[in-house]
Structure formats: C-alpha cells, structure tokens
Design a protein around this ligand. Sequence first.
Ligand code: 0X9
Ligand code: ZN
Ligand code: ZN
Length: 422
Amino acid sequence: MRLLWLLLTVVALASAGVLQDSTMKRYDNFKVYKLNIQNKIQLAAIEKLGELTKKYNVWRDYDRNTKQVDIMVNPEEMPYFQQLLKLNNITSEVMVENVQALIDEEQVTATADSTTFGWTKYYELEEIQAWLDEVLANYPTVTEEFIVGQSYEGRTIRGIKISHKTGNPGIFIESNIHAREWITSASATWFINELLTSEEPDVRNLADSYDWYIIPVFNVDGFEYSHRKDRMWRKTRQPHATNDCVGADANRNFDSHWLESNGASSNPCSETFAGDQPGSEPEAKALTEFLTANQDKFDAYFSFHSYGQYLLSPYGHTATEFPDNYDDILAMGKAFADAIEALPYGTAYRYGSTAFVLYVATGTSVDWVFNELDKKIGFTIEYRDTGRYGFILPPVQIIPNCEELLVGMLALIEQAKALGYL
Ligand code: 0X9
Ligand code: ZN
Ligand code: ZN
C-alpha cells in the first residue's frame, strides 16, 4: 500500500514536471565555497583539486582582483576538504549550502509559466529552437536564419540575422558557449525580442542602425546535456580517445595563443581543457570557418557568459600587454558599467582586459576574433551574479539581468560610435 502511494506521488510529481529525468545527475548536499587565496602555494593546492572531477568542480577560477576561487565540493569529500583548508590556512565562506536545492527550486519555478515563451523560466533547446522558428516566421522581412554548422552530436548551430536596412555595420553575438550558463541564452533571446518588438526610440535606433547576428545557443550538445543529464555541464560533448573524460572547453579551443601560459589545461578532465588541437571541437571549427567567411559583415563581437558581473575585453593571454585601442575599450567598458549601475538594481560590473581583471584565458573566441580577424571591439559579458546562486540564477532574475544588458549595450555602442567605431 505504501509502495502504491509512493508510486502515485512519483507519477503526480512527474506529470507536474517537478521531478526531473531520473537519470539526471544529483547534487544533494554538494556545497560551493568561496575561498580566499593569499599566496601561490594555496592557489596551487586548490588548482589541483579542480582536476578531480568526481569530487570537485571549479565554478569560478581564481579572480586576480578579489583573490577568490569558487569551488563545488562533493559531500563525501568534505572531511578531507576541510582538513586541506586548515592545513593550508585557507579561509572560506559557504556560498551555496546545497546545490541540489537550487536546482530543484529552478525546476519548480519552471512549471509556473509553460504556455508562452516569457523569460520567467529557462527553456530547453527544443523550445528555444521552436521560438526561433516562430520569430523567423513572424518577421520575414527583417530576419533571416544563418547556420554556423553542426555540433559533434549532429545538432544544427543556428543564428538569426536581424537587419532593417542595407549598409549597416554588423554586431555579432555568440551565447551559451558554456552549457551551464543558462542566463546567457535567456538574455540573447530576450535581446532578439527587444530588437524586434520594442517601441523605445533608443532601442528602435539600435535595431535599425546595425545588422545583428545572434547565436542564442552555441554549445547545443552541452546545453542539451545540462538540461537532461547534468545541470553543471560546461564543455562540449566530444569524447576523448585516451581518456574517460568527455568534452573540451569550447572557449579554449580557438586558434589564438592556444594552450599557452596556463590559460587553459591539457588535461581532458579539466573544465578548461583546450582540446587536442585548435579547432578540435567541431563547434569551434565551424564558428571559426563561419566567422572567417563572413568577416566583412561585422565590426564588433560579443560573447555571453556567466557569472561574476564583468565586462571583459582582450587580451586574455597576457596581463602585461594591452591592445592599441585599450583606452577606447575602457571607455566603452565604463559606459556599460555606469549605465547598469544607474538602474534601480544598482548592479556593479567590473571591466577591463580578461587577463588583468580576471585571469589568463587563452584560445577564447573573443580573442581569436580580435587577434586573428583584426576586429577592434570584442567583449565577453559575464552576467549576474557574484556567487550567491552562480550558474543557477533564479528565473525571477532573468528579466532584470536582461534590462541590464540592454542599457549596458546601448551605452557601450553609443560610446563606441562617439569614438569613431561602428
Ligand atoms: O573562462 C572563461 O571562459 C570565461 N569565464 S567563465 O566563468 N564563463 O568560464 C571568461 C572568458 C574571457 N574571455 C576572453 N579572454 N576574451
Ligand atoms: Zn602567443
Ligand atoms: Zn562561460
């Protein structure tokens, strides 16, 4: 009898959409710690943990400014981890008590609004693709689909071009290259919708004056996997010949300072595995080819990420050299950050070169576009938050985050224009 009740409850919950796929990886009592790092020895100790993927998962690499690392820890590993912190004199703070609780919460709110695409929940790949089809059908004169290529698992990487007239400068947006960063595709789709439907004069001007090329979900395989199997998945899904660990960090796989100076890992189990060679991941290769073929069509490139609230610019490979137009880039960054902070939410963004503000990262898409295609404007936006929820940003924050993107983008582009770009 008890068993029957249990069964009925499970069925009821499942049909209400509360229960996830039973094969979904669980994170019960996994905690995320913010660690305060004071020296190289401490950093080395923590960085080693990042490659023990069954026990640890780096949520945010060492931030040069705050001197903090965010790391998720398996409950079974907790005694050892605590000891390690103690031995190395590392102070810490628990950022997330129970990762599974955040994931469950995210799923519960997901059922609230399932009929229309409304940015009050996170959508799966299939829903995003259906929405994109609808948009393309509803705005046939100003929109056009473009296809970047195929993913490892054979999915189509799609984008939408929005153009209101000929001769506009182009702006390219790539989003959700990291699978678990769901706020990025939510923001990209919201932004597309704004460009097409907003009646605000400054947004209309933004839509009319530029050709927009937007890829809402770039890492399609990883994104699907993050919905179906493992909420914390970051990389691509191509298996590795000599190792059980799957995938590479697509944002380390581009052919610009590839695998140099600790900006990526050669270990297939690392979250920043650069791949076996530049373009080893079919997704990165396809984007490289697509952007090369279409390089005359755009002048600015944006890559959407989370989390941390940064606007990052080149270079990623060195913190001691800066692009020739770095002053202009900083002026654009300041415009972006000031505009966002002026909203009632008061959200603070930091801006500057990736390697200087955050950490060294090599083989990223933005740096490849900047260095190899010689574009003068290339930004990585790291959206909300600074760690309270991290990648599992509550759905109620989607629209506020998008509003920040819009005012930031407006101000950045206005500044770029004033400085003679675009
Ligand atoms: O490490 C990354 O790939 C990005 N951060 S994330 O936490 N979302 O993984 C930062 C990429 C920096 N971009 C450039 N070097 N252009
Ligand atoms: Zn180099
Ligand atoms: Zn990312």
